[in-house]
Ligand binder design. Sequence first.
Ligand SMILES: Cc1cc2nc3c(=O)[nH]c(=O)nc-3n(C[C@H](O)[C@H](O)[C@H](O)COP(=O)(O)OP(=O)(O)OC[C@H]3O[C@@H](n4cnc5c(N)ncnc54)[C@H](O)[C@@H]3O)c2cc1C
Length: 594
Amino acid sequence: MADITTDVLVIGTGPAGSATAALLSTYGVDNVVINRYRWLANTPRAHITNQRTMEVLRDLGRDVENEAYLFATRQDLMGENIFCESLAGEEIGRMKSWGNHPLSRAEHELSSPTRMNDLPQTFMEPLLFKTACARGSQSRMSTEYLRHEQDGEFVLTTCLDRLTGRELTIRSKFLVGADGGNSKVAEHAGLPFEGQMGVGGSMNILFRADLSRYVAHRPSVLYWVMQPGADVGGIGMGLVRMVRPWNEWLIVWGYDINKPAPVVDAEFATGVARQLVGDPALEIELLSASTWTVNNMYATHMQKGRVFIMGDAAHRHPPSNGLGSNTSIQDAFNLAWKLAAVVKGEAGMGLLDTYSVERAPIAKQIVTRANQSIGEFGPIFEALGMTGGTDIEKIRASMDARCDATPAAERQREALRQAISFKRYEFDAHGVEMNQRYKSAGIVADGQMEPSFELDAELHYQPTTWPGARLPHAWLFDTEGGKHSTLDVTGKGRFTILTGISGEGWRLAAEQVAKSLGISLATHVIGPRRALADLEGVWSRARQITDSGCVLVRPDHHVAWRAEEMVADPAAELTRVLAAILDRDGVAQRHAAE
Ligand SMILES: Cc1cc2nc3c(=O)[nH]c(=O)nc-3n(C[C@H](O)[C@H](O)[C@H](O)COP(=O)(O)OP(=O)(O)OC[C@H]3O[C@@H](n4cnc5c(N)ncnc54)[C@H](O)[C@@H]3O)c2cc1C
């Protein structure tokens, strides 16, 4: 007999685990979430929060979304990505980033009802964890996962209660390993990985100092300091990252991974800060210092029976592109509704297999992208003449040469401009953040070809209702003057049908199907004099179906299926599609076995 019984046990209260617990509780699923420490994130770590993540928070509730904005640094203060010799020294170049270029800003605004922002993990994690606890998650701090075993029905997990020193057992229907980059759950489940850990060494130095005079006129999250000798190890140069404008900072500084990690004491930290800020008299209030390694590893499969992994447990990569906690929270959004559907008996176990099928390719994509972004600093170093040796005088002369009035210097300046501009693949890669399209048994194809990308798929989001893609955002207007995103009227733990006035028949069909399958299925008929009108015509252009057709949207905003136009028997068609997605054969087999 286990000490504790629950439906879902979540290991870890980081962004992945806390988001999972918050979503499960919101969906009414009994869950326990544990953390081996007594605290939540005690350093800022992840911070760039993209629109897709904000859509997850918005789906949890406008209160959750608004609290994130309350504590976040606004998007317009994130925008100037600066390359300099030091904060006080010469500026080498800059590029508008994180949706702050006017063209990129327009794409952001057209793509989502939410705004990108900078929310350090010290704010994001408590927000998600608090939401989970407020909605009924049972949380246990100082509780360490030790091992698990599973059979066809349950997972039995053994933990250590670090307050009493005693072991305790938790029996659950499912186990979620959101236990970070050194995941024991992934290891014990024997999940396969590709790549390598520890490909570079980095240190974080967190400190307080008022640096307004160096930065307030060129607001940014990231100030890249390029000094002779900086292209060694880690992320290749010094980074001064804004944590709170403009008096809390995190320096990221590389060290040679082939040598032992340096001891970062107050003297060392102050020295690095003075060097990167370029102020030999700078006084800092050191808050913490730690070393970490750059990883390049991802799980090729994220599920073993009733055990799942997510977040850093599944994808381990450097902070480049700011994808760490974003992808972790989005993993949670993919898995939580599926677990809820199975726990509630609405779906068979087959639905859970789609989690790994959908998210493992994304794990590979983001790990590859983040590591590639490190390499893409190379052309900047080359243009500045900073590669190929440690002769400081020689490097200095190469860096100075770009200021000459010679054809060679002109070429050098052009190469530098190109190299900096190319970094938009790290600092303004809206497509990487928003273009995720799933292909799995959790999606029913409609026979249409996948739309190819007209623009660069890494830089630009391309909306489509092609099954598997995220539902495009469009504003819809109610009769009271209020406006709602298409993403607001979908999600919330249930399937939704969007149709036009000529598609009224889908509503009746949906009611029948919801009743016969025992699921919640919402329908919105969008048009003039209906509860929601497409006054701007944006939805009609984005929906890619006729007025009588329908788009079936999953609880995680991804299009499950669509019909070009009304069909002869809409109830039969919806039943076919939903029964396939929800693995209703699996439900029937389960009932037969009971
Ligand atoms: C030192 C450091 C610096 C980072 N800096 C950045 C950065 O600058 N930018 C960026 O984008 N990303 C950064 N990251 C990565 C980012 O923080 C992660 O991508 C993100 O936190 C992943 O979320 P997660 O929930 O998957 O894992 P984590 O946030 O790592 O959470 C793991 C959770 O599991 C718990 N846990 C682990 N083992 C056990 C166990 N055996 N039993 C019980 N609980 C357990 C932990 O206590 C924690 O609550 C950094 C990470 C670290 C560790």
